[in-house]
Ligand binder design. Sequence first.
Ligand code: UTP
Length: 293
Amino acid sequence: MKHIRKAVIPAAGMGTRFLPATKAIPKEMLPIVNKPSIQLIIEEAAASGIEEVILITGRGKNEIEDHFDVHPQLEESLRRSGKEALLREVVTPSQLVTLSTVRQQRPLGLGHAILCARHLIGNEPFAVFLPDDLVDAQKPCAAQLIDVFQRTGKSVIALMDVPREETSQYGIAAGKFSPEDPRCLNIETLIEKPASRDAPSTMGVVGRYILDPRIFEYLTRTNPGRGDEIQLTDALAAMAEADGLVGYLFEGERFDAGDVAGYLLANLNWARKVPRLWRTVQQYVRSHQTDAG
Ligand code: UTP
């Protein structure tokens, strides 16, 4: 049974859907309640057994590294003033995983971003987390996929059933569901963002992957595709054909925090876990229910 120790988190994108907020702030640092969204991702990684994270970054993303570093001055100040709970919150991010960063010098696509981590991954299976996709689940989404990887020995990607009119926002997978596990799809076809009329199914790819290192070979051979970018989906489609690829309908709720509406819903979802905050939200909604809009 191969242990999954390493994960790649590609975060070199420009975050155009969130402008102007992301003009000077990495979108991964926008908070969900009081934590940057990237912290929720790295917490999921750590809870899934990941020890090393390779963050793919670009210009203007240094604040992410600072967040996961120690901050001796702030820590000392909180310690001196006896703010122990806050001190724990400040120290925690630096203790979750070992973090390395690699700069993707040009934004040549998600597939290219993952290829940038090749020298740090080596020849072992690894996880990929797309930081826009936040998943609230009892068992972390990545841990669910790791179980499937260990059972099948094949690369695994997270799937969710999406409305047909939204297929153009996702990679879409089609194939046959396994008779042993109705959540496992043996993928035969994978298409990046098809129009609803061309979509072979409504099984949308969500940003969690457990990949065999052979993916790097497929990525090297992948030509720029949709948007003139090296697409991970195209490399995965080649891998599905040659080596097999499993899709897993994970249990949990996913939020697209890279999109303004999805980000607001993610904030509401995580606010629901803090009774004091949730009461404030409920009061606000009740008092505005009759407003136009
Ligand atoms: P997106 O296509 O969502 O791009 O990338 P984006 O820039 O993050 O967001 P929008 O659409 O402009 O608002 C999917 C993931 O791949 C990473 C992004 O950081 C994001 O996590 N990515 C994309 C890279 O790391 N490098 C690239 O060249 C492209």
